[in-house]
Write a protein that binds this ligand. Structure first.
Ligand SMILES: [Fe+2]
Length: 388
């Protein structure tokens, strides 16, 4: 078996690195950025952390701030129009996963042929072309999107969260500055942190795992396992924020070069139909889906438990696997993760959508990478199990 490894050409990592954005652009001869962000980043002034150093370097960055949570194809089309209206030579995605994914999708759609829509690029299609280079600056730890070849865009006609994959979505460069995460609210710290943990765990147990992605996944689990609770309870803890940011990026690199699996496959339909934040819908599923596949990749799950820090080398795999399940349940408890029912989703609505959600989960391809590949009926049963 061969593995293809992709990553950004340059990653500038560390506290204060966002101040070096103009220098990074300069390394690639870029000077006319369109900064893609969201309305809150603009109104709170946070985007100035990116704009000020660009202006100080004599550049004149423009801003597209219409990004929405769970970015839609219609917002991407508006972004393409904004991109074409100016003389830009790159896109900078600044914010959480949504602005970064929006910047990626704008670059892909702007390179598309006449009449092509975002849905023409969903997997299994390959989105390898981009209209210009993309740079990403995450402000959460995080989706890891700054380091991946993926973007997730919602089709507004079908309410489907489409996975779009290819070199066109891979950033040229990423600036990974943990100091941008100090002001992230506790709920978002928890949700995005569990998303990162899910990336690392799914990459590690995936049928598409490979030794390079494994090393990144294990490192990410060590960092996230030891620091997620601290970052949640102590938002100003620099060591925890820094470790979470690095862990999120490494988890992004891991799943970009392996894959995600059943948790993500089942999570996207929950997000699409009920607008549950991505990390939170992952968290709702993670313990039950891990239990579902545990015995089909027991040595891998056991090693993950050891990396996370809840099992020891002395623990037999079965014991370590049990400890992993306990830890995932305890983490949800401590981080205040609700069930879909507690989140406010009506039982009848949930039940009525399960057949469609199961079909959409399978169609994304992610469940096929799971150690135990579920049938449609098993996916429905898992959705029922996590509801209460
Ligand atoms: Fe994710």
């Amino acid at each position: 078996m061969t593995a293809t490894i992709v990553s950004p050409r340059l990653m500038r990592i560390g506290g204060g690195s966002v101040g070096q954005i103009a220098e990074v652009l300069g390394l690639f001869g870029l000077s006319r950025p369109l900064v893609v962000t969201d309305p809150w980043m603009l109104s709170s002034g946070t985007v100035e952390r990116c704009l000020a150093p660009l202006r100080a370097a004599g550049l004149a960055p423009q801003v597209f701030a219409e990004t929405v949570p769970d970015p839609t194809d219609t917002v991407i089309e508006a972004g393409v129009a904004a991109f074409r209206a100016g003389d830009y030579d790159c896109l900078i995605g600044f914010g959480g996963g949504s602005p970064m994914d929006t910047a990626k999708a704008i670059a892909i759609l702007a390179a598309a042929g006449p009449g092509q829509k975002m849905r023409d690029f969903k997997v299994p299609a390959q989105a390898d072309k981009a209209a210009c280079p993309i740079l990403c600056i995450p402000t959460t730890a995080g989706t890891g999107s700054e380091a991946t070849r993926f973007t997730v865009i919602t089709d507004t006609e079908t309410d489907e969260k489409m996975l779009i994959a290819g070199l066109g979505a891979l950033p040229l460069a990423a600036i990974v500055d943990f100091e941008l995460t100090y002001s992230v609210p506790a709920r978002t710290t928890a949700d995005t942190g569990i998303d990162s943990l899910t990336h690392a765990l799914e990459a590690y147990v995936s049928k598409r795992a490979n030794p390079h992605a494994d090393s990144l996944a294990l490192s990410a689990m060590r960092l996230i396992g030891r620091h997620l609770r601290i970052a949640y309870h102590q938002p100003q803890n620099a060591a925890a924020r820094e470790s979470m940011m690095l862990g999120a990026m490494q988890a992004g690199l891991a799943f970009s070069n392996s894959s995600v699996a059943l948790v993500h496959g089942m999570s996207r339909p929950i997000g699409a139909h009920f607008h549950v934040p991505h990390g939170l819908s992952n968290a709702m599923l993670l313990p039950a889906v891990t239990e579902f596949g545990l015995n089909d990749a027991l040595p891998r799950y056991a090693e993950a438990a050891r990396a996370i820090g809840v099992a020891t080398e002395e623990d037999a795999d079965q014991v370590a696997g049990s400890k992993l399940l306990e830890e995932l349940r305890a983490l949800n408890q401590e981080l205040g993760v609700p069930t879909p029912k507690e989140y406010g989703i009506a039982a009848g609505t949930w039940e009525g959508l399960l057949p469609l959600m199961a079909k959409q989960a399978l169609a994304s391809g992610s469940p096929a990478n799971n150690p135990r590949v579920p049938t449609e009926a098993e996916i429905i049963a898992l959705y029922r199990k996590v509801y209460a």
